[in-house]
Design a protein around this ligand. Structure first.
Ligand code: SF4
Length: 389
């Protein structure tokens, strides 16, 4: 894809940024800006941006066989995390100045020292996100992100003021509102925007400074809402649930099989982009609250309250999914989990029980993180769609 296309407008610009992931931050890096690479939805981006750095989400590559990464990481671990590490070892993110890794799951947290040692960035930091979200965990996390702030201040050689933080809280909240407005365009039947298009737009946003991502979202919204004909027909409406699915080919496969992906519960999706950071007198309080309590990821345990029934517990853990199913008139759910992903894998029986209580048909798929396995899922998806129709 040409640089001219990247310089385009709206969807064509997003498409260019998706295919040339990181091209814009590389350009800004050449102009003297510094870039902090990170993984997962749990690194507080507001703090990185307030320190004057551009956050860049590390992606894996479904088309790239894992070769070098497995020299340092065990193979019976999350294939997505291994792919992210593999492409990093191969130098895809070597132009970055630093690395921030959160305590998301064991596949990520337990390998932080390997990432740090092998990649040897001038800056690296581990964001220690607790696994529970009660009062003392919140206090712990608030103190931990204060440390993150201090370490970035040291690396940037500048103070991060509360007003810098408040400014970026507002910009990221605006970003999330704009993404949500795009999701609104998928509620109608047929939706105005395909799931395979949405994932590319979101990835494009994750590769840009937030101000530029906001401008891109304005352009895309204007273009999509003005669409007269988009070729999308009325078909069964599907929700995809999983972790970091960043391969539009999976969404395209569902769409080619005769359905519309109208909403998701994914890290590159509603899980990451919908929760707002509450506005608080001390911006770090709101940031801690968002990243610990509002991102509903199975790696953070929601404790069962005394007297709660099993059904109450399911509603408190998975109610966000039920709300999306109702709001987007979802006809069927595909649970798509990477092999060896413990946090998502362990809760599948409970999640299925919840979906069965809502009478929603479910297809459960466990897969590698590889373009090579996608085609083999076609028959299963087609059979599932036949059940729905
Ligand atoms: S897919 Fe699962 S195991 Fe892999 S990084 Fe995400 S949460 Fe961790």
């Amino acid at each position: 894809m040409s640089e001219e296309k990247i310089a385009g407008y709206g969807l064509s610009k997003a498409e260019g940024l998706y295919w040339n992931y990181g091209v814009r931050v590389k350009e800004l890096k050449e102009q003297g800006q510094k870039v902090i690479a990170y993984v997962c939805a749990l690194v507080p981006l507001e703090i990185i941006a307030a320190a004057g750095f551009i956050p860049l989400r590390i992606r894996g590559d479904v088309n790239e066989p894992i070769t070098k990464g497995d020299v340092n990481l065990e193979t019976i671990a999350c294939p997505y995390a291994r792919s992210c590490f593999d492409v990093s070892v191969k130098g895809r993110y070597s132009f970055c100045d630093g690395l921030a890794i959160p305590h998301s799951c064991d596949s990520i947290a337990r390998t932080y020292s390997v990432w740090r040692y092998v990649l040897d960035f001038p800056y690296s930091h581990f964001v220690n996100v607790p696994h529970t979200a009660n009062g003392s965990s919140l206090d712990f996390f608030r103190a931990d992100i204060e440390n993150f702030r201090k370490s970035l201040e040291q690396f940037a050689n500048k103070k991060i003021s509360d007003s810098d933080l408040a400014h970026y809280v507002e910009l990221y909240n605006e970003n999330r509102r704009k993404v949500r407005a795009l999701y609104e365009l998928r509620r109608q039947d047929p939706p105005l925007l395909a799931g395979s298009e949405m994932i590319k737009i979101l990835l494009a946003c994750l590769s840009l400074p937030v101000q530029e991502a906001n401008q891109l979202l304005i352009e895309v919204h204007e273009e999509i809402s003005g669409r007269k004909e988009n070729g999308i027909k009325k078909l069964p409406r599907i929700m995809v649930f999983g972790s970091t699915i960043d391969n539009p080919a999976f969404m395209s496969l569902i769409e080619e099989s005769g359905a519309n992906v109208v909403v998701d519960n994914l890290c590159i999706g509603t899980r990451e982009f919908w929760p707002q950071t509450p506005i608080t007198a001390d911006p770090l309080d709101g940031i801690a609250d968002r990243y610990l309590k509002r991102i509903n990821c199975p790696r953070t345990c929601k404790e069962r309250k005394e007297g709660e029934t099993f059904a109450d517990d399911l509603e408190s853990r998975f109610g966000d999914m039920g709300a999306l199913i109702r709001d987007y008139a979802v006809d069927g759910v595909i649970l798509y989990i990477y092999k060896y992903c413990d946090p998502f894998g362990f809760e599948i029986p409970a999640r299925k029980a919840y979906l069965e209580s809502l009478n929603v048909p479910v297809l459960y798929i466990e897969d590698e993180y590889s373009a090579g396995t996608i085609g083999s899922l076609r028959t299963r998806i087609q059979a599932f769609l036949e059940v729905i129709e």
